[in-house]
Structures are given as C-alpha cells and as structure tokens.
Design a protein. Sequence first.
Length: 216
Amino acid sequence: MKLYIGNKNYSSWSMRPWLVLKAFGIAFDETMIPLYTGPADKQRILDVTPSGKVPALVDDDTTVWDSLAIIEYLAERFPDKAIWPKERAARAQARAISAEMHGGFGPLRRECGMNIHRPVRAKTLSEDALADIARIQQMWTGCRARFAQEGAFLFGAFGAADAMYAPVVHRFRTYAIDVTPHVQSYMDSMLAHPAMAAWTREALAETLLIERFETD
C-alpha cells in the first residue's frame, strides 16, 4: 500500500489519510511529490491519478484519490480498526461533520491556509471566516459533549473525524484563533497525539517553501 502526498507543511488534504494510516497502525509506504514546483512534478502526480491531485492511495490494482474517499476505503479494508465510531448514531454524526469539513469552510481555508512553520500570530479575518470558526467550535463541543465521555477526541477514541479536522487544529494554532477552554483542551489532545506530532515534526523539518503560501 502506497500513499502519495504533497508537502507536509502545506498539504492539509494529504495530512488527513496519512494520520488515519499512522494512528491505526496500517503499514504503508509514502511518496512525497512537491506541490507547485513545475510540470515535471505535476506529471508525476498525473502518472498516479488522473485527478492530478494528492493524496492518492495505491493498494495493489486499486487507486483511490480524495482524502475522504481514501479514509472510507481504509475503513472498509480494515473493518477491525474502528476508523469510524462503532455506534450507529456516533458514526452518522462523524460522517456528517466530516462531509461538512470536506465540502465547506471556504473562507477559513482561503484566509488561514495551512502553514505549520508560520510564526504564531493573529490576522484580521472576514465575518465569513469568523462564522466558520464559530461553527467548527460548535461542532467540536457538541460532539465531545454527546459522544466523548470516555476519551479525549471528538468521539472518544481518535478516528476519521479527528483526522478530517486535524488541519483545522493547526490553523487555529497558527493564526492564534481565540477558542473556548473546551476547544483548547481538544486541540491540546490532538497536537499531542503521536501521529499528529510525527506529521508536525516532519512538516517543520521541510525546507521547500511555496511562496504563494508565505504572504501573510
């Protein structure tokens, strides 16, 4: 099984399935293809998947692209891993908030791009981005209150929904977003998770800069 990813410092979509693979102890090889470096690296991605984007997972003769699709594939491939919550209501909620992350929060993404090595400092955000932040905090707090009585993550144990929101944890940290104590506690648990900490270390060790993401 091989996962193709982009730069760990910037590639929020690559981070999500990588965390699931690492957190659940699923053996895989990774290949990092630098983003926005020119046609040669773009062709390397196209040679793996016609979408022309990473991440992409190759498992024998099966290629899956898109972060959420990869996570769903892994959940089916390894049903014993409990990547999604086992209880039906929790699983439905986890899938719903993951889909909301997958398809929404455009203002937050545009205004607070993932850049792990960026010095922590606040910036002025639009009302739309602030609304995204409020909605995410509402979701995290609600999931923790209802489903996480026996664990530190959104549904107790670390799972797919946490992986889907992991880049947001870094965004909130990097841009010094004002969060509630309950949200900060969740963020602290996420940042301390071994898989999350490993990705962060490796991101900080990268030296390749993408200038378009270094403007704020």
